[in-house]
Design a protein around this ligand. Structure first.
Ligand SMILES: Nc1ncnc2c1ncn2[C@@H]1O[C@H](COP(=O)(O)OP(=O)(O)OP(=O)(O)O)[C@@H](O)[C@H]1O
Ligand SMILES: [Mg+2]
Length: 259
């Protein structure tokens, strides 16, 4: 009996989540209509359903990208505005490697152990980091909502296709200057170090660079903040240098930022 109800509910949710799916099958192997139930566990589907009843989104229109620890879905709200849904996968055990980015951050000193807990916390951490950046005027996707392992934010791109990252864009000195100025603003205005600042995590939009993937970002008081900053500077410098853009010396830039 409960089984039938549960089955009915499940199919109702699936229908609701994908009711207006318009997209053709995606390159990454997800077929429309199968997206939700094949990738996500039940609690996550319930969380998405709650986001619909809470009017955060009207429906899920397809997937954007599938990583090992998170998947990105394309949601649409009731005003037909696109929303990016970053869903942290509860089932992945890879979260061990994320611990160093949370433990040591005084904003999360009350941490309880356990993977599920950590996944939920990670989603809240990224939301909080995005909010801190947004409030400081740093170009990031505007955070909209977070609950459990699902983070909703401004969709950067068009028609369900995300904007190109720096990796797959032509870049020039102006982009380099913007990237460095974002790094500086992260440090001085948002009081954060990104922790994964690279060509993979920066969109090049028509209105300039937009930095994203802020799950790893740490408070300046984190014991490894300086080490992470050094790595961020080194990585982005190496990228622009490889692309033939004149760059500042990494160590000097580091000293300039932290002085
Ligand atoms: N706000 C957004 N709007 C549109 N697309 C987005 C947004 N955020 C992320 N994406 C897309 O999803 C991809 C993965 O996002 P993100 O880097 O935040 O997740 P991740 O867990 O680090 O995945 P990966 O391991 O692939 O980097 C991005 O490369 C981008 O194409
Ligand atoms: Mg990323």
């Amino acid at each position: 009996m409960t089984d039938t109800i549960s089955k009915k509910l499940e199919s109702k949710i699936d229908n609701k989540l994908i009711s207006k799916a318009k997209r053709s099958p995606l390159e990454d192997g997800f077929k429309k209509g199968k997206v939700v139930n094949e990738v996500l566990d039940k609690p996550t589907v319930m969380t998405l359903y709650k986001m619909i009843t809470d009017h955060i989104i009207a429906y899920v229109n397809g997937s954007i990208s599938a990583g090992k620890e998170s998947v990105l879905f394309w949601g649409v709200d009731e005003n037909d505005v696109n929303v990016a849904l970053k869903i942290y996968l509860v089932s992945t055990s890879n979260f061990k490697k994320r611990e160093p980015y949370i433990i040591g951050d005084p904003r999360f000193s009350h941490l309880k152990k356990g993977t599920k807990n950590l996944v939920y916390l990670w989603a809240r951490k990224e939301f909080r980091n995005l909010s801190q950046c947004h409030d400081a005027g740093i170009p990031v996707p505007k955070p909209i909502y977070v609950t459990n392992n699902v983070l909703a934010m401004e969709f950067i791109g068009e028609n369900g296709a995300p904007c190109k990252s720096l990796l797959v864009s032509d870049v020039d000195e102006n982009d380099y200057n913007q990237a460095i100025s974002i790094l500086k603003d992260l440090y001085h205005k948002a009081k954060l170090v990104h922790g994964d600042f690279s060509e993979y995590n920066i969109f090049k939009t028509n209105n300039g660079l937009v930095v994203f993937d802020l799950g790893s970002a740490v408070d300046l008081r984190h014991p490894n903040a300086q080490e992470f900053l050094k790595r961020d500077i080194y990585n982005i410098t190496r990228f622009f240098n490889k692309r033939g853009v004149p760059v500042e010396n990494s160590d000097e830039l580091f000293e300039e930022i932290v002085k």
